[in-house]
Design a protein around this ligand. Sequence first.
Ligand SMILES: Cc1cc2nc3c(=O)[nH]c(=O)nc-3n(C[C@H](O)[C@H](O)[C@H](O)COP(=O)(O)OP(=O)(O)OC[C@H]3O[C@@H](n4cnc5c(N)ncnc54)[C@H](O)[C@@H]3O)c2cc1C
Length: 461
Amino acid sequence: MEVVSMRRADVPAVRDHAVVLGAGIAGLCTAAVLTRHFARVTLVERDQIKGRGTDGRGRKGVPQSPHIHTVLTRAAQQMEQLFPGLIDQCLTGGAVSAELGSQSRITYHGHTLPQRFAGVDGIMASRPFLEAQLRERTLQLTSLSLRDDAEVTGLVTDGTRGEAAVRGVALYPRGGEAGGEVLEADLVVDAMGRGARSGAWLEEMGYQRAPEERTRINVTYASRHFALPPDALGADRAIMIGATSSQPRGMVFAAQENGSWVMSLHSYGNHRTPVDDEEFLDFAATIAPPDVMSELRRAEPLDPIAVYRFPCGVRRRYDRLKHFPDGLLAIGDALCSVNPVYGAGISLAAREAVLLGECLAEEGAKPLARRFFSSAHDATYPSWWLSKIGDYSLLQDGFSARLLGSYFRRLMAAAASDPKTASAVLRSLSFVDSPLRLVRPRILRQMLHQPISRRPETAAK
Ligand SMILES: Cc1cc2nc3c(=O)[nH]c(=O)nc-3n(C[C@H](O)[C@H](O)[C@H](O)COP(=O)(O)OP(=O)(O)OC[C@H]3O[C@@H](n4cnc5c(N)ncnc54)[C@H](O)[C@@H]3O)c2cc1C
């Protein structure tokens, strides 16, 4: 279906109505925030999601659904702020909670961290389960209405080209060419994920597209769920082994809701992705420790192998645009999407939604878009850079990447031999503390004590 931007000077300005495009994690969090600031909020979603309850099935609009989605401490705190009691609701529904410092085995750059309490919690459940819990809470909000099975095809604008404001959206029933309609709104928020359309729509309205920053990563995920009890690996609830420059593949094996575990394998570059049972197990065996492999080999697979390719991290710099239409915002992956290996997307989406609420409550002198994009940029900046540095350190392409690689390897070597450094690493990589803590004198001293290895690192098993 074609994207149409409709100019409708005759559409009367509507008051107090916000429209959120996309009912993924960012869309659901944003819709919940907006119900506190607008009399009516409409959530538009291309997939059919009404009546799905909390059955936890994936859906077409979220192809990343079958892959691991851990909610880290920060994300859990932001979500609790938006939906009080949500974490208890998830745990009651069967999600697994773990303190990742002591209840998981983590290996970065070939160095295994000591298992010690670090104050980093993970809520572990499948993405469809998490989304269903959030959706259930969002749809209970009385001023919210859902338009699902509906595709947004363009914006309704008002005013001259290059100065137009957004006044609503054009909708069609999914896959249909008839039955289109206009939803008028004071604010439209694009939460349509990585494939968001705001950039193209801006151009059609005579504005500039936001400059895009990209980090080419070329990482491919292959994931599958297995029936296993939470204590299949004793007290450990997750095993994470990161890729190394000499073995650019990694894995996360993690307990999930209701007696299941997910094995998410990933590899950098153009490697063949496992497509059948045997290939999946063979690939896993190149990374996973023996106890994980023995559980995997005897566990019953619960779903087919799912593959997801993630070519690059993308950050759209709306904060840099001098001119931006009133009535439009972008949020979540539509704004900034980092390498999923770092598990930051949900934290960022929830944080941006909270910031949007704060911007709406403040009513500053500057336009909403300017204030929101500036605070969202500050919020996404640490994750963007941390993942960029992590990726560069693996790809080893060019002088600065090699330098960063050597910094990261020494940092991980220091973490493997010193529990305090390990805790600082884990807390920073999980966004509990600022990444700047990783350049504190104590940690730098620990790093200096590490022997310089010229041998290529290998992933520890
Ligand atoms: C393999 C993988 C693993 C990940 N693991 C983690 C993890 O462990 N932890 C973590 O925090 N994050 C993780 N993430 C990131 C996470 O999925 C996202 O960052 C987060 O869900 C925010 O996404 P979003 O809501 O902005 O977009 P999405 O979740 O992509 O949702 C976009 C929504 O918009 C809808 N839509 C699209 N186009 C239209 C249209 N034209 N009209 C109407 N609706 C439309 C789609 O159907 C969808 O519902 C992972 C990502 C990937 C790819």
